[in-house]
Write a protein that binds this ligand. Structure first.
Ligand code: PNS
Length: 163
């Protein structure tokens, strides 16, 4: 029986913390589908297509069992469409726990056959978030250690001074 997991997120943009979770999950599951949430209400910095492109470039060497797609609607429906029995999420710190617990219980209520699996983010990335990386990039700070190279390039281009 093949074990399929989805790794859903906003990924606006993907950070090294997300990438680390994706890498480890890709070794745990036969197939890992990274799902980029299309949520216009969040007014993201990057379009879903841009985020998918950045993530595909970042995971290019992970192996053929990793896919990157966009999705909207419920994560449990996204999981079902992909034949996934697991939802992967990363936990950076205790502060993440409450919201993640609520999401995991909600998803389990909606779809009891789908379990959420948490991976602890690597210690080095415990402080990292997409918003923090965007803020640092916006004001010209160094982001090389925070995000994968394709994302760093995209952030620099997005915040490059005009002219
Ligand atoms: O990267 P994020 O923003 O922490 O990811 C949050 C995400 C996309 C996992 C969450 O917002 C989500 O699952 N959205 C889809 C809608 C849904 O299924 N809601 C009910 C479960 S809480």
């Amino acid at each position: 029986m093949s074990r399929v997991a989805v790794f859903p997120g906003s990924f606006d943009p993907m950070t090294n913390a997300h990438l680390d979770v994706a890498r480890r999950a890709s070794a745990l599951f036969d197939r890992l589908v990274i799902g980029v949430l299309s949520n216009p209400r969040k007014s993201p910095l990057f379009s879903v297509e841009e985020r998918i492109g950045q993530i595909r470039a970042a995971v290019a060497d992970f192996g053929a069992n990793v896919e990157v797609v966009g999705f909207d609607g419920l994560t449990v429906d996204f999981a079902r469409t992909n034949g996934a029995g697991f939802i992967v999420r990363g936990l950076r710190a205790v502060s993440d726990f409450e919201a993640e617990l609520q999401m995991a219980h909600t998803n389990r209520k909606l779809q009891p056959g789908v379990d959420t699996v948490f991976l602890m983010s690597a210690l080095d990335f415990g402080y990292l978030s997409s918003s923090l990386a965007k803020e640092v990039a916006q004001f010209g700070g160094e982001i090389a250690d925070m995000v994968p190279p394709p994302v760093a390039d995209a952030l620099r281009a997005r915040f490059a001074a005009p002219g």
